[in-house]
Write a protein that binds this ligand. Structure first.
Ligand code: CUA
Length: 151
């Protein structure tokens, strides 16, 4: 009798897993997450917020940096925020795949043409933070950098 109960419990568990997997697959299939932010890379310059790349203040010590990558530079290539600021970086590329590494932090993203990647960091120490392209993108790759000044 106990075996029958456990067999039933086992079958029900398997059934529940199958339902969860099915629902998950359906939801993922119905709305690919990246499509919502996809845009034509050649139209990045006309697409808000990337038609006006730069630092935007949301509140005290709270900023958004909308940045674009294009061989072989970032726009903007210099940002300045006060110590203690939290900055969310939204980055996209107008041409090829670039990298976005904020040296000395754990911010490290790929910059994909037409897609927006985001990362947030709080800067508790003053300094000149280097933003590097760490994805080989052509002959000027090693020159591709920007600066974030925290003071
Ligand atoms: Cu851009 Cu390497």
């Amino acid at each position: 009798r106990a075996e029958k109960i456990w067999l039933t419990v086992g079958l029900l568990t398997m059934f529940a897993f199958a339902v969860v997997l099915g629902v998950f697959a359906f939801v993922m299939g119905a709305q690919p997450p990246s499509d919502a932010q996809a845009m034509d890379p050649t139209k990045v310059s006309q697409t808000p917020p990337f038609n006006q790349p730069g630092l935007k203040k949301l509140g005290p010590n709270n900023y958004v940096a909308d940045m674009t990558a294009f061989v072989f530079s970032f726009a903007p290539n210099r940002l300045e925020v006060p110590v203690g600021s939290t900055v969310t970086f939204n980055v996209t590329s107008k041409d090829v795949v670039h990298g976005f590494e904020l040296v000395g932090t754990n911010v490290n993203m790929m910059v994909v043409p037409g897609l927006v990647n985001s990362a947030t960091h709080t800067f508790t120490q003053p300094g000149d933070y280097l933003i590097l392209c760490n994805e080989y993108c052509g002959t000027g790759h090693q020159l591709m950098a920007a600066h974030l000044i925290v003071k």
